[in-house]
Design a protein around this ligand. Structure first.
Ligand code: PLP
Length: 453
């Protein structure tokens, strides 16, 4: 049908994260509406959105209070900005809420529109601070393999996944790379989690000494790596990494874009892992992704020198037209209010445990290599050879096959190479978790029998 939505999508729309030729062959999946944890495609087929969209729709797809909050604010003041000394109520309320709810001793919030912009902004704050302190050589940033911090030029440079660099001439110089905390994949034979964490910390220290501690401004990390495959840090990892950073006066930036607002079973991933960040980056669940908004929350160690420098040179020359948009800020405030009122962090912990236990019970399935997760985020690493930890010849083929079989069952998961991830809305019920588990088991069986296993 030449004028079907599918045909027009193929004709006019360049998708991210695919190959337009492949999109033409496979055909786009068009989602038409949502209700609770379900979305419906344009032929009315229901799917449990077991990824909450992009790890983000905390309250599910039909929260009326967010619609009301947006409509009310849009009628009152549909737009205002934060340049120079302008401000507005929702932005002030949200800044106060974030600064007081974030762990550690946070000082101020700066508003941006996406996770990538939050990462770019934090980089600029870190650099600006080094200049303010009279240390212009202290600018290098350390990020990890498998990290995902976004796709703008700076954020993509922090990202440690090859697809985000290939053919873009990235990363920028001055971004250093250290190993990821992927214990199952990167452990040496017989190595315990604690020994692995010590090795990663020692490698970090070697890198810092080789580059010169005075040249390194900050270390960047997601408490749990999301897009890199739901990589949960092994025991003692963050404690050991933080000890190295403290020794060399290096700032710690926690990218909480996925972990923030309950995902890990506590309000923030930093709380789950005892991380004491200087800067926290928040987005996605902050507004249940009903509208785009993100924030950089920083402590006085960061904010103080920035304020001194901007007083000296006349301005902090940074800001986005829509940063802290009043309608998005009103939706974010209402989202956080609902998460607190309904204690959805506790629900995430409880349903997450149910989900992870259910997945762990599939460990003896011939295709399951590792089950990992924390709170309400999990991944199953698929293998053909459990001993060698290898999948099919082409990386990602097995993950895609299982994820497709899962979708045919009516569940949207996400394949990241050969790991299938689950990150459902925080409002999910036990019955909905059980439905995901039953359908995932069926998907595994389908693919195993296709492979003759
Ligand atoms: N940081 C993390 C940890 C993310 O998972 C993401 C997106 O998935 C980003 C940053 C980038 O966010 P955005 O896509 O809103 O730019």
């Amino acid at each position: 049908e030449p004028n079907s939505p599918e045909a027009r999508d193929v004709r006019y729309h360049l998708h991210g994260y695919t190959n337009a030729r492949l999109n033409e062959q496979i055909g786009p999946m068009i989602i038409d509406r949502g209700e609770g944890v379900y979305v419906y495609d344009n032929e009315g087929r229901p799917y449990i959105e077991a990824m909450a969209g992009l790890w983000s729709v905390a309250l599910g797809f039909s929260e009326e209070r967010l619609v009301e909050a947006a409509a009310t604010q849009m009628r009152r003041l549909p737009f205002y900005h934060s340049f120079t000394h302008k401000s507005h109520g929702p932005m002030i309320d949200l800044a106060e809420k974030l600064v007081t709810m974030c762990p550690g001793n946070m000082s101020k919030a700066f508003f941006t529109n996406s996770g990538s912009e939050a990462n770019d902004t934090a980089m600029k704050m870190v650099w600006y601070r080094s200049n303010a302190l009279g240390k212009p050589e202290k600018k290098k940033l350390i990020a990890r393999q498998r990290a995902y911090h976004g796709v703008t030029i700076a954020a993509a440079s922090l990202t440690g996944l090859p697809a985000n660099h290939l053919s873009f001439d990235l990363p920028l110089s001055g971004i250093l790379r250290t190993g990821s905390p992927h214990y199952w994949r990167d452990m040496l034979p017989g190595e315990t989690e604690e020994q692995f964490a010590s090795r990663r910390a020692a490698e970090l220290e070697e890198l810092i000494l080789a580059e010169g501690p005075d040249t390194i401004a900050a270390f960047w990390g997601e408490p749990v790596l999301g897009a890199g495959g739901v990589v949960v840090p092994p025991a003692t990892y963050w404690e050991k990494i933080q000890a190295v950073l403290a020794k060399y006066d290096i700032l710690l930036v926690a990218d909480e874009v996925i972990c923030g607002f309950g995902r890990t079973g506590k309000m923030f991933g930093c709380e789950t892992y005892g991380i004491k960040p200087d800067i926290m980056l928040l987005s996605k669940q902050i507004s249940s992704s009903y509208l785009p908004i993100s924030a950089v929350v920083a402590n006085e160690r960061v904010v103080g020198p920035i304020m001194d420098e901007s007083a000296r040179i006349g301005t902090f020359g940074h800001g986005f037209t829509a940063g802290g948009h009043p309608v998005a800020a009103a939706v974010a405030l209402e989202t956080i209010r609902i998460i607190e009122e309904r204690d959805l962090v506790a629900n995430a912990a409880e349903q997450g445990e149910r989900l992870r236990n259910g997945l762990a019970a599939m460990a003896d399935h011939p295709l399951v290599g590792e089950v990992r997760g924390v709170g309400l985020v999990a991944a199953v690493e698929l293998v053909i050879d459990k001993q060698a930890k290898t999948a099919l010849e082409k990386p990602g083929l097995l993950g895609a096959a299982v994820n497709k079989a899962l979708q045919d069952q009516g569940v949207i998961g996400r394949a990241m190479l050969d790991a299938v991830a689950f990150c459902p809305p925080l409002i999910i019920t036990a019955a909905e978790v059980d439905a995901i588990l039953t359908k995932f088991r069926a998907a595994l069986d389908t693919v195993a029998s296709e492979l003759g296993l």
